[in-house]
Design a protein around this ligand. Structure first.
Ligand code: SAM
Length: 234
């Protein structure tokens, strides 16, 4: 399957394996990942945030109930909400999720936004898990034109650059991180690594001393910045 599909499947499998219920996708694009996740019986709450989300594209779209061939009714309720907003803006409705995914998002952030990103996503949203995927630049020489993969990319990192950034972020916000990827290199080019590099972050269980310092989740003051562009429940 194409690499983008492998990225979505990676998330899907993670959701299944951990039985995750509340998931937010930052930079949801055309909502394919959210659409795939809506079929999971464990999922109860799906949220998408995209800076370019447009209101009318989603009315009656493929996220609505009934579309996509339901045979067996769900046992659990499912709510889907799409917001227009930036991944570097704080909105309290994104706090307390099991998983936040950022699939091919960070390389679209300029240096100012990239600097704000960890504090918002890890510090403020503070989900149980975070998945971040981004191109692995070591793979690029295998492409015909060896520049950035997309003209909108602000950077493409090699494995050391991504892992250094991710380990710093994990340490600062008390997460652990593991590295993997999707898109196998062709035979003979194994040394370049995966086409897409992925970091899977898990929040460390707060130690007694730390939990007394950090504010409990329910004390985060309401702060609604994002604009709702679509919502449905079934
Ligand atoms: N995650 C989708 C996927 O894998 O198919 C889309 C990836 S697309 C390469 C990057 C997306 O991030 C675009 O939809 C873009 O509008 C969105 N985006 C860019 N900057 C953003 C920001 N600061 N906050 C939220 N979304 C952003």
């Amino acid at each position: 399957p194409p690499v983008y599909e492998q990225r979505y499947c990676f998330v899907k499998n993670l959701v299944n394996r951990h039985g995750l219920r509340k998931i937010a996708d930052l930079g949801f694009g055309d909502a394919t990942l959210l659409w795939m996740l809506k079929y999971h019986r464990c999922v109860q709450y799906l949220v998408g945030v995209d800076i370019a989300a447009r209101p009318f594209e989603w009315g009656g779209g493929r996220l609505s109930p009934g579309v996509g061939g339901y045979i067996v009714p769900r046992e659990l309720d499912l709510t889907i909400t799409l917001y227009r907003g930036s991944a570097v803006q704080k909105d309290s409705r994104l706090c307390g999720f099991d998983l936040i995914t950022c699939i091919e998002l960070i390389e679209h952030l300029d240096s100012e936004d990239l600097a704000k990103f960890p504090e918002v996503v890890f510090g403020y949203f503070s989900p149980g898990m975070v998945v971040i995927s981004t191109p692995n630049s070591e793979f690029n020489p295998l492409f015909p034109a060896s520049t950035f993969r997309d003209p909108d990319h602000r950077f493409e990192w090699n494995r050391t650059q991504f892992q250094t950034w991710a380990l710093d972020v994990a340490k600062l916000y008390n997460y652990s991180v593991e590295f993997t990827g999707v898109g196998d290199p062709p035979a003979g080019a194994e040394h370049v690594g995966y086409c897409t590099q992925i970091g899977v972050f898990q929040k460390n269980i707060a130690k007694a001393t730390e939990s007394s310092i950090s504010e409990p989740e329910e004390h985060v003051p309401e702060e609604h910045i994002y604009e709702v562009v679509y919502t449905t429940s079934y």
